[in-house]
Write a protein that binds this ligand. Structure first.
Ligand code: SF4
Ligand code: SF4
Length: 221
């Protein structure tokens, strides 16, 4: 069972940034100087209940997210409030690196599973795929980030096994989405990016095509 005090060490596995550069500098000029993932107008961080208890003891950076529109109210109503809570920080100018939530530390990545339940690497949370500079740039993520993310997730599912089921379902949905779009499923692994099969989800071959050039980054806002 996941306890608030577990987050002291779980956060230690998520200290390193995904890229060697500050990706916020790439996207924030297109959003009035605020990185898209730090703006609750675009995406609202979600915390585990024990994580929220841990953060509340440690900092005043966060408060519970207060919905401002019908769609936000619906979003808040739809989560399982025994397990999770939407939260909002006081803004980028007040960011405390050591008190960032799991969602801040992991965005835009998610664990990827094949249908046999093997954790093979990471894929993208595509909720802001047309805005986040990191999405579909498969060679940016550092090996250090990948290995610490995988270590973190392995430890998390020991304490919260239902997360594995959840992400196995998400990985299935991811394969369906990419298959519908006729786009490859690229999984970021410790051996570099690999293409995965739509059926069964196992890794097929290393991904060798280059990342999109810088000039293609023009987020729609
Ligand atoms: S993770 Fe994506 S949205 Fe967030 S700061 Fe980096 S590029 Fe911007
Ligand atoms: S805590 Fe920092 S990283 Fe997380 S949403 Fe706020 S400003 Fe962004």
């Amino acid at each position: 069972m996941l306890k608030p005090e577990d987050f002291a060490s779980l956060y230690k596995d998520l200290e390193s940034a995904p890229a060697r550069f500050d990706c916020g500098k790439k996207c924030s000029p297109f959003n009035g100087g605020v990185p898209f993932c730090c703006d609750t107008g675009w995406v609202v961080p979600i915390a585990y209940r024990p994580e929220w208890a841990f953060l509340q003891k440690r900092t005043r950076l966060w408060h519970e997210f207060r919905p401002r529109s019908g769609s936000e109210l619906k979003m808040v109503d739809e989560i399982d409030e025994k397990e999770n809570v939407f939260i909002e920080c006081r803004g980028v100018q007040h960011c405390e690196r050591h008190n960032r939530s799991v969602s801040c530390r992991t965005f835009p990545y998610e664990p990827y599973f094949d249908t046999k339940g093997n954790l093979l690497g990471l894929v993208y949370n595509r909720v802001m795929e047309d805005k986040c500079y990191l999405v579909d740039r498969h060679r940016i993520v550092t090996r250090g980030f990948l290995s610490s993310f995988l270590r973190f997730f392995g430890r998390l599912i020991e304490k919260l096994p239902e997360e594995k089921e959840l992400y196995m379902g998400q990985s299935r949905n991811y394969r369906r989405l990419m298959s519908r779009r006729k786009k490859p499923v690229v999984v970021l692994t410790l051996d570099g990016p690999w293409r995965a099969a739509y059926r069964g989800g196992k890794l097929i071959e290393p991904w060798t095509r280059p990342d999109p050039p810088e000039s293609r980054y023009r987020p729609k806002v």
